[in-house]
Design a protein around this ligand. Structure first.
Ligand SMILES: [Cu+2]
Length: 127
């Protein structure tokens, strides 16, 4: 019991004393934080410099709404494993040609490319 207590006290006290004596509080932590922030910023900028490569995925769902003039289709789709998406209702860009044979309420299977918030249907078929 007693030995354990002494050991614990020593373990806590020595690093604390060391830190107070050898590491000035005002320089090291700040420098370190600044470095992390710069690195994060670089990482965020990197994808912008690359050519826009959208991810392609397939999903199945139900057509909720179509807008031939805007070229959009709203689909309540199931989970998209490839992108880590849960099931949701969302709008996709689509060419009127792709929507011509479809109507609201249709069950569809489709393929799309996703770039940020933009998802464009590349193939869509009635199930
Ligand atoms: Cu979605």
């Amino acid at each position: 019991m007693n030995i354990k207590h002494i050991t614990l006290a020593t373990l806590f006290l020595i690093p604390a004393a060391y830190a107070a004596d050898k590491m000035p509080m005002d320089s090291m932590p700040m420098d370190h934080k600044g470095m992390d922030m710069q690195m994060d910023h670089q990482n965020m900028d990197m994808p912008m410099g690359q050519k826009p490569a959208g991810q392609t995925a397939t999903a199945a769902g139900t057509i909720k709404k179509m807008d031939m003039e805007k070229g959009t289709v709203t689909i309540a789709h199931g989970p998209v494993k490839a992108l880590g998406w849960p099931s949701m209702t969302m709008g996709f860009k689509a060419k009127p040609d792709q929507l011509r044979t479809l109507k609201e309420g249709d069950q569809v299977e489709f393929e799309f490319s996703s770039k940020g918030m933009d998802s464009t249907i590349t193939r869509i078929e009635k199930q």
